[in-house]
Design a protein around this ligand. Sequence first.
Ligand SMILES: *[C@@H]1O[C@H](CO)[C@@H](O)[C@H](O)[C@H]1NC(C)=O
Ligand SMILES: *[C@@H]1O[C@H](CO)[C@@H](O)[C@H](O)[C@H]1NC(C)=O
Ligand SMILES: *[C@@H]1O[C@H](CO)[C@@H](O)[C@H](O)[C@H]1NC(C)=O
Ligand SMILES: *[C@@H]1O[C@H](CO)[C@@H](O)[C@H](O)[C@H]1NC(C)=O
Ligand SMILES: *[C@@H]1O[C@H](CO)[C@@H](O)[C@H](O)[C@H]1NC(C)=O
Ligand SMILES: *[C@@H]1O[C@H](CO)[C@@H](O)[C@H](O)[C@H]1NC(C)=O
Ligand SMILES: *[C@@H]1O[C@H](CO)[C@@H](O)[C@H](O)[C@H]1NC(C)=O
Length: 788
Amino acid sequence: MTMFPIQKLNCSWSLVATTISIVALVSVVQLFLFPAVPSIDYFGYKQVKDSCVPTVDAEKNNGLHKQQQQSLKARFPADLHKAVVYRGAPWKADIGRWLAGCDSVASPIKVHEEITGKKCKDGCSGQGVCNHEFGQCRCFHGFKGDGCSERLEFSCNYPATEELPYGRWVVSICSAHCDTTRAMCFCGEGTKYPNRPVAEACGFQITLPSEPGAPKFTNWSKPDHENIFSTNGNVRGWCNVDPVEAYNLKVKFKEECDCKYDGLFGRFCETIVLSTCINQCSGQGHCRGGFCQCDSGWYGVDCSIPSVKSSIRDWPQWLIPAQISVPNDGPNMTRLKAAVEKKRPLIYVYDLPPEFNSLLLEGRHFKFECVNRIYDQDNVTVWTEQLYGSQIAMYESMLASPHRTLNGEEADYYFVPVLDSCIITRADDAPHLSMEKHMGLRSSLTLELYKKALDHIAQQYPYWNRSSGKDHIWSFSWDEGACYAPKEIWSSMMLVHWGNTNSKHNHSTTAYWADNWDSISSEKRGNHSCFDPQKDLVIPAWKRPDGTSLSLKLWARPREARKTLFYFNGNLGPAYENGRPESTYSMGIRQKLAEEFGSLPNKDGNLGKQHVEDVIVIGRPSERYHEDLASSVFCGVMPGDGWSGRMEDSILQGCIPVVIQDGIFLPWENVFNYESFAVRIREDEIPNLVNILRGFNETEVEFMLANVKNIWQRYLHRDSVLLEAKRQKSAFGHVSDWAEKLSELSEDSVFSTFIQTLHYKLYNDPWRIENRNPNKETGLPEECILKV
Ligand SMILES: *[C@@H]1O[C@H](CO)[C@@H](O)[C@H](O)[C@H]1NC(C)=O
Ligand SMILES: *[C@@H]1O[C@H](CO)[C@@H](O)[C@H](O)[C@H]1NC(C)=O
Ligand SMILES: *[C@@H]1O[C@H](CO)[C@@H](O)[C@H](O)[C@H]1NC(C)=O
Ligand SMILES: *[C@@H]1O[C@H](CO)[C@@H](O)[C@H](O)[C@H]1NC(C)=O
Ligand SMILES: *[C@@H]1O[C@H](CO)[C@@H](O)[C@H](O)[C@H]1NC(C)=O
Ligand SMILES: *[C@@H]1O[C@H](CO)[C@@H](O)[C@H](O)[C@H]1NC(C)=O
Ligand SMILES: *[C@@H]1O[C@H](CO)[C@@H](O)[C@H](O)[C@H]1NC(C)=O
């Protein structure tokens, strides 16, 4: 592309807010665009005045540099608890110091974003989305080929045998009409409601239990056509049942049939609703059961990347440019450059082929699988309790973040969006996701998918080989975290919930056999630990945004209102009614706690040996769970079947976390100074728990409580929730109570903590210091840039 001499033109936003293709015809200009919402200060960072650092132009010799570093140390001394506070949070001293002196004064730099316009074969035949960077189609579920014109057949059933005419059981098993583009089962032609799902047991004969309380028996070799296809209102039908009549109990229907698939709502799937897509296609596309079908000119997993064909007016916030250069290619323009002001760190998000994300969403057999929200009959957001939802929350935040760049050469980090929470929940969904090769292990299936993604990026892009992946970021949201990351990607940063350094628990700790990874060969897994605090991060789990909880301000409950010394409520294992039967559950930790402090009788009628009034350890779900946490000073954080989300429960309710899991890191534990707001107790100290807690004096307790109150929002996924709030607001003109309550919050949340951490690592990780490219603009004063 040739850049032509430019004629500077000052024009207003409205004047240039027209499609680029028209602009291109007019002339070769460099346009000065004013962002629709002018905002340099994307981050809401208030610059810390006192810590303003003059740029040093003097010689960059080592001596001076050391002096500068010393001055950071002098200006930001650690407190008694060894923390340096930055933006309300007690960080580990080195990190807090650098952030206070450097992150706070970072200024924007200019990044050149290239907007491309390569065409795809046959426009992907309307059966896929064109990636305009490569001119490659991303085909919808059930389609393939360069132009997505070929059909794939995904059978619902495994091959039939004499005994099993519908094959052996799999979630997609179907005795009615199989939609072979997605391996999903519907009523089909000839019925009154052809698009009504006939999911799983619905289509087969079910025998009621012989004794009360015993489970129903489904005979997977016997279809139930007499019932489900019946038109007789006295028979328990399904495919011809009129919803209104059924709601009014005028006709019978088969209760085992339900509305499992996404995009449909109501007892009889009678209402078409929004499906869940990444960022709901950013308003530039239609969510096709989980796969974004982007409007013409847009692409990317969430339709957030414009091509040269898209209107500048619609460009997303993260790309609102300062300047656009339009080359003189006439109507066949294939690329243009936009200079955008951004602050480091810059993240490049790979637009991977859809098998790693969109197809997994589109092919879902259960709407709650691997998403953190669905939509109700009015298309209003219904948040789920899925702890794993943080993976989508982080992905969505990254895609919409002002730290995102399309410029891989300028990027500091590379995010590889493989969704393990999807492949894992979908592992038994349909024959085409067969686990036969994997001995039934979802862990092994997942490893394979990540390896495939690596092969893709290492072949197609230059970025992996340059750093051997050290600047790449992967996310593992499932119980065992990155334990089963393929060995080839271990050099990268892992975002996980399970920070097991394997120093004590050096094997698979899940009680769920399909997630176990002990038997995966070292050929594939290597022998890495599950978590390396030098490079990885534990990210807070997803907690449903709850307006009521938020308005009660439980995080701010004062000391006086916290009468319970220690509280833990959760499954306590085999000694209790309804307890998980495996002795390996919770690695035995909750069992030990209950043995000492159990507040309710176990199966043998025993209370804990050291049972006391103000220490509550129970295994009975409570309506008042959040209230109970907020009435306590200390709250237990222990593993469940893997990680458990207890840290988030504790912090969000303003309770001081008491962590009992040896060698296993919790969210932000390698960057925050946990001593300022949490207590760690070794597993073998459990009998001494109460003595240890009573040993803290009131000053210390108040100090820790105050810190919990300062950092609670850093355990809250606010960014992605607010993106959803914005979408709902533009759809309905008003917001729900969760949206209102969340918009009132303004402290740093999960995502800003993540970005701050990346910023620190960018200038302080040893390998970065050694490989610094002196030509890259940093936006930082000299003293912030360490040299070898
Ligand atoms: C299931 O149905 C098949 C076919 O009708 C029948 O042969 C078989 O005995 C049934 N199995 C059970 C356990 O009822
Ligand atoms: C633009 O593309 C059209 C159709 O592909 C082609 O016929 C034409 O020659 C091209 N024009 C230029 C200037 O390249
Ligand atoms: C909800 O969204 C779906 C899909 O876009 C649409 O067909 C339906 O009419 C919408 N329903 C309401 C109540 O807006
Ligand atoms: C990266 O390295 C691998 C292994 O050596 C090689 O196969 C691949 O082609 C390289 N990728 C690029 C883009 O050069
Ligand atoms: C795992 O830990 C056990 C005991 O804690 C130890 O005996 C064993 O050698 C360890 N294995 C590895 C591979 O480190
Ligand atoms: C793990 O792998 C490293 C590097 O391949 C090797 O040096 C080490 O001996 C291995 N450790 C074990 C316990 O297998
Ligand atoms: C509370 O404990 C801390 C740490 O042990 C100690 O420094 C402080 O003097 C104690 N304060 C009071 C009032 O006892």
